[in-house]
Design a protein around this ligand. Sequence first.
Ligand SMILES: NC(=O)c1ccc[n+]([C@@H]2O[C@H](COP(=O)([O-])OP(=O)(O)OC[C@H]3O[C@@H](n4cnc5c(N)ncnc54)[C@H](OP(=O)(O)O)[C@@H]3O)[C@@H](O)[C@H]2O)c1
Length: 259
Amino acid sequence: MGILERFRLDGKRAVITGGSRGLGRAIAQALAEAGADLVLVARDAEQLASARTELLSTGRQVEVLVGDLSTPDGTETVCQTLLQQFAPIDILVNNVGGRRINIPTENLSLADWQRILDLNLTSAFLCAREIGKQMVERRRGNVINVASIAGMVIFRGMHGRTYEVAKAALLQLTRALAADWAPFGVRVNAIAPGAFLTDANRRWFTEMPHLRSMVESQIPMGRLGVPEEIGPAAVFLASDASSYMTGAVLVIDGGFTLW
Ligand SMILES: NC(=O)c1ccc[n+]([C@@H]2O[C@H](COP(=O)([O-])OP(=O)(O)OC[C@H]3O[C@@H](n4cnc5c(N)ncnc54)[C@H](OP(=O)(O)O)[C@@H]3O)[C@@H](O)[C@H]2O)c1
C-alpha cells in the first residue's frame, strides 16, 4: 500500500459530535475528503442541514442527528439513536465541548462546575462507553477526543477553570481507554488544539477586545489557528497511517505551549 493510501478512510463511517460548525465541521470535511461517510450531531437542525449540503459535494454519505450532549440524559439519547440508526460506527470524534463561562473559581457555583464537566467530559465518556462497547465487540474502532491545550496548561486571561479540569481529565480518559481497549483493536487518541478562530472564540474576543492580541502574543507563530488546520491530524489519527499510535495527544497550537 502506498503511503498516501494509508490515510484513506473509504468504507468507514465516522460520527462527529459538534460536526456542524467550528473544529468539528473542519474535521468532518477532512474525514469525508479522505473517504469516510459521516454522521454529524449538533443541536441546531438548520446548521446541520447546511453543513450536510456542503459536505455532500465530497461524494460521501452524510447523515445528521439533532441532539444535545450538554446533559448525561441527552447524551445517552443521542448514543442510543446513533447505535439504532447508524451502527456500525468505525470512527467516533468526541468534539463537543467549550469553556462557556468566565467566572473566577471563588465565585463559581456547583451547578456551573457540573454543567461544564458534563459538556466536556461526561459527554465524551458516555459516547465512548456506548459506541466504544460496540467497537470492542467488533474488535475494531477508532476514537478521537478533541481536548485542548487547556488540559495541559492554564489559559491566561480567562477564568471558568472547570474547562481546564475537564480537558485534563479527558486527556487521562484518552490514555485509560487506550490502554484498556488496545487488546480489542480499538485505538483512542486525542487532539489538543491551541487557540483557533471559531465562533466560540470570536464571541470571547468581542466581549473582551484586548484578549485576541494577548493570546496572539503568547503564540510563537504569532497567529490563531484556522479550523482547516485541525483536519489533517484527524485523518491521520482515524486512519491506518497512525496504526501503531494509541493514547497519544497531538498538540496543534502554533507553539503556544512552548513558552
Ligand atoms: N476553538 C478553539 O480555539 C478550541 C481550542 C481548544 C479546544 N477546543 C475544543 O474543540 C471543540 C470544538 O470547539 P469549537 O470552538 O469548534 O466549538 P464551536 O464553534 O462552539 O462549535 C461547536 C459545535 O458543537 C455543537 N454543539 C455545541 N454544544 C452542543 C451540545 N450541547 N450538544 C450537541 N452539539 C453541540 C455546535 O452546534 P450547535 O450549537 O448547533 O449545537 C457546533 O457544531 C471543543 O471541545 C473545544 O473545547 C476549541
